[in-house]
Design a protein around this ligand. Structure first.
Ligand SMILES: Nc1ncnc2c1ncn2[C@@H]1O[C@H](COP(=O)(O)OP(=O)(O)OP(=O)(O)O)[C@@H](O)[C@H]1O
Length: 717
């Protein structure tokens, strides 16, 4: 997992927050603050309508004057009026439906409302905070707002130290209308304190990709649950949750999480009359590349071919190129420059084909995409809908082709089964978490965990570790995420005089304890704090100041997550076992849910029904739909798409023996099954198992059957 996924700042964030506070306090005359500050802000309320028509007029004025647009689309106006009336809302519009304006217009409107009713002084209009998991898109949105002279900023891992300090200064001085950040940033105590201190408070909290809040959603992210807690704690005035795909269950979860009444749910139809939805199922061994070539020749125009694995994306793009198609790959493993270049090329092209993993498409606002092809099975109906939703935004006829093959289940299952940690791994995690040195901790103390190191030690991927920590925080209330920090600092001296002249205790300690290893001087900050009693923040600040004055070139390495203990860590075997059992069954339930999600998609495509109607029904839409769309495989042919009967093979005894001989360990049946099935993990890499030839040797078997066989081999049955 990249740092970006945790949205780590490029600095030790606690030190940055402290630095920004210093800058702000030095610059600001705060003497008028108390007199001007409005009364205590209301909690999330759902007030009754006061002056809707007036707010609608204001919204239309802002749309024209600040966004240069003539009129609202679909339910935009209703959503914006609702928010301007002081209510919260959940907005479910399809991709490209114009969700962003639903919070951007109110963000600008608040100060006009305040001026009209005279309730707030200048600088106390508060802010709209936008939480979005898509770091790359935040910058695009902010740039577009700035071009419209709307004061917006982003705080994420890509901003420089100077930009970071400037944004904090703007926040404290009420100079911003909108701030974008990722949900992970709400794990930072310093950042939360800054948000709570914004003059005028948070007028609107906009939660993008809000389906991530629901365990029933296809991409549940536990950090999203912390957003609702934050909304309460920071007393935000109102909330708007936005998503392109929410089943009735998911919408209900979002409404409940933010205490929004049912009438706050605004959704538009999922039905897209210009999309031709086709599907084909063929036996293993079918030459799908040949089929794709025929399909692409018959359906020209900008195309996205979705495929699951990066390597496969490269290979298929190369094949298509060799056959004369203007095809290029796109996946998360490519450099950011190459990705941007490919995306820009696609946006301006009339015939390009991008063979992409799911990394491509978020925020792509190209109206004339004529084809979407699914070369592999997407994980859910939601993902399928999001991806086909990128076609034909100009309303012109476009084609979506879904190639179905039982061989693709293996790739899908690698992801589903790979996400569940084994019981053995969970036990290792707890051994590490409750290790003797942490037993000394008191409630309120902090401790750090280096997730990447722990991931290797306990054989759980960093993403899944993040989910487990969030469960321990939210469900068991053991601790609370407090931020991130760097573990290793090193520097080279550029101007020794500044260091010599700094006689502060922190400078003295750093100079005395630094270890010179070749070019770099290394400092062990935590050890230095322990031995001198000088707070870590003081040491970091001193180093940062030297760096700012160009006295040193400072480098920071190895990120740790900081947690604040809310109750004593579990110590008895029973307590630990109870937690492990809970985590294991919850991860097991997630696994089953993910399997069921893929099955729902297959069932939908292989049933004797109109695809368009079935999709709409899945999202709870029953009214105002045509009886038959007449532009899907079922409506066009009335022939059922049938998945060939190709069940998994039973585990082969000789191959099982080979795995056992090659690996040697017998402590974790799930680990052995992963080897046989072909699911990579930190431990598989550490033990160099891929070099033994047994990795993926039983990829034609059912994963659960493999777990069962290896359980016996480990003496567990
Ligand atoms: N009322 C409007 N009039 C004209 N253009 C609009 C209007 N509302 C939105 N748009 C344009 O439609 C495009 C898509 O809008 P936006 O990015 O907000 O969609 P979205 O619902 O957030 O999509 P996604 O789910 O893909 O993120 C943008 O180019 C936006 O400027």
């Amino acid at each position: 997992m990249s740092n970006d996924e945790f949205d780590m700042s490029s600095e030790d964030e606690a030190a940055l927050v402290a630095a920004s506070a210093r800058v702000t306090n030095a610059k600001r005359d705060r003497s008028h603050e108390v007199a001007l500050r409005p009364g205590k802000r209301s909690k999330i309320t759902n007030k009754t309508n006061t002056a809707p028509s007036h707010n609608t007029v204001l919204a239309n004025k802002i749309l024209k004057e600040h966004f240069n647009l003539d009129g609202f689309r679909l339910e935009q106006e209703a959503a914006i009026s609702r928010l301007l009336d002081g209510n919260s809302a959940v907005i479910v519009f399809p991709t490209g439906g114009g969700k962003s304006l639903c919070y951007q217009v109110p963000a600008v409107a608040f100060k006009y409302q305040d001026q009209e009713d005279g309730s707030r002084a200048s600088g106390y209009h508060g802010i709209t905070l936008v939480i979005s998991p898509l770091i790359a898109l935040m910058k695009d949105q902010v740039d577009a707002l700035l071009r419209n002279n709307i004061k917006a900023a982003v705080l994420n891992s890509s901003v420089s130290r100077d930009q970071y300090l400037a944004v904090h200064d703007d926040l404290r001085n009420g100079r911003l209308d909108l701030l974008y950040c990722a949900p992970e940033r709400l794990n930072n105590e310093g950042f939360i304190a800054t948000l709570k201190a914004i003059p005028g408070g948070i007028r609107l909290l906009a939660v993008d990709e809000a389906h991530c809040i629901s365990e029933w959603g296809h991409s549940f992210r536990p950090d999203y649950l912390k957003i609702a807690r934050f909304a309460e704690e920071a007393e935000v005035e109102r909330v708007v949750c936005l998503t392109a795909t929410a089943t009735p269950k998911v919408s209900e979860d979002i409404l409940t999480a933010f205490s929004i009444p049912k009438e706050g749910l605004l959704r538009t139809t999922m039905y897209r009359p210009n999309l031709r939805l086709l599907a084909e199922a063929n036996p293993k061994g079918t030459d799908y590349e040949a089929k794709l070539v025929v399909h692409l020749k018959a359906n020209p125009g900008p195309t996205i071919v979705y495929i699951t694995q990066q390597k496969a994306a490269m290979e298929l793009a190369a094949t298509l190129k060799s056959k004369g198609f203007p095809a290029k790959p796109y996946h998360a493993g490519m450099t950011p420059e190459l990705r941007t270049q490919t995306q820009d090329e696609f946006l301006g092209s009339e015939n390009m084909i991008v063979v992409a993993t799911i990394a491509f498409g978020m925020g792509i606002d190209k109206p004339d995409i004529r084809n979407i092809v699914h070369f592999d099975i997407p994980d859910s109906i939601e993902s399928y809908c999001q991806q086909i939703g990128r076609a034909g935004r100009d309303g012109k006829p476009s084609t979506c082709m879904f190639y179905l093959s039982t061989k693709d289940f293996h790739i899908r299952n690698i992801f589903t089964y790979g996400d569940r940690p084994s019981l053995h791994s969970l036990r290792l995690l707890f051994k590490d978490l409750c290790s003797p040195h942490r037993k000394e901790l008191n409630v309120g103390d902090t401790f750090t965990v280096e997730l990447y190191t722990q991931s290797r030690d306990v054989d759980i991927t960093p993403t899944i570790l993040g989910i487990l920590y969030a469960q321990l925080e939210l469900h068991f209330k053991l601790f609370r995420a407090a931020g991130t920090q760097y573990n290793r600092y090193k520097y080279t001296v550029k101007d020794r005089r500044i260091l010599d002249n700094d006689i502060s205790p922190a400078a003295h300690a750093i100079k005395g304890a630094s270890k010179q290893l070749q070019k770099w001087t290394h400092i062990a900050l935590d050890e230095l704090t322990a031995s001198t009693g000088i707070p870590r923040a003081d040491l970091v600040r001193t180093l940062e100041t030297w760096n700012e004055y160009d006295a040193i070139d400072l480098r920071k390495e190895s990120v740790s997550h900081v947690f604040r203990l809310l109750r004593p860590l579990p110590s008895s075997a029973t307590e630990i076992n109870d937690i492990i059992t809970h985590l294991d069954s919850s991860m097991g339930a997630t696994e089953q849910q993910n399997l069921a999600r893929t099955k729902s998609l297959i069932d939908l495509i292989t049933s004797k029904q109109c695809f368009s109607r079935s999709l709409a029904a899945y999202f709870g839409e029953t009214k105002n739909l045509p009886k038959a769309c007449m532009h899907c495989t079922w409506c066009e042919t009335h022939t059922q798409v049938v998945l060939p009967n190709e069940p998994p093979l039973p585990p082969d005894e000789a191959k099982v023996r080979n795995v056992l001989d090659a690996v040697g360990v017998r402590d974790d049946p799930r680990f052995l099954a992963k080897i046989a099935f072909g699911i990579n993990s930190p431990r598989i890499t550490a033990l160099k198992i891929k070099q033994t030839g047994v990795f993926e040797s039983m990829n034609v078997c059912d994963f659960e059957a493999l777990v069962s066989v290896f359980r016996k081999a480990c003496g567990e049955e």
